[in-house]
Design a protein around this ligand. Sequence first.
Ligand SMILES: [Zn+2]
Length: 165
Amino acid sequence: MPLKTEDEPTFFVDAMLGNIARKLRLLGYDSQYFFNIDDEKLIDSAQKEKRIIISKDEELIKKAQKLGIRSIHITKKEELEQFFEIINDVNLKRIQINGNTARCPKCNSLIESVDKEIIKEKIPQGVLKLNDKFWRCKCCSQVYWEGTHIKNLQEFVGKVNERLQ
Ligand SMILES: [Zn+2]
């Protein structure tokens, strides 16, 4: 079972907002995708799992809110603006990248720090030479390092925090 603190928000994110879901995961927030799912079923699961629904679908959001399910309607096009639509609604205490709390952007499971030696067979030589810190998903075994993905996210996180000050 993934570790979860009581007051930490978890999400159901519309698959159309994949970039947002991947960012939330890297920041450590448990975020499940949904697509092609019946509104009623989704709302039901959100209620059971206490997840906040994030979607562009206005009708779904209205339905959910009517039933008292927390949900966030995304109306903006730009990613940073979309992220702020979430932040304005939910108190995200942790807007920073931390290898100990990050989740796999691919499958939402927890990742763990892993020794270079263990994964060297799976990683291109050039990457091995340039990086010392590696993480691996506990579930899908995807390996991550401070390459493009993290750098892009760091930039994004920088912009978010600048605006929050
Ligand atoms: Zn994974």
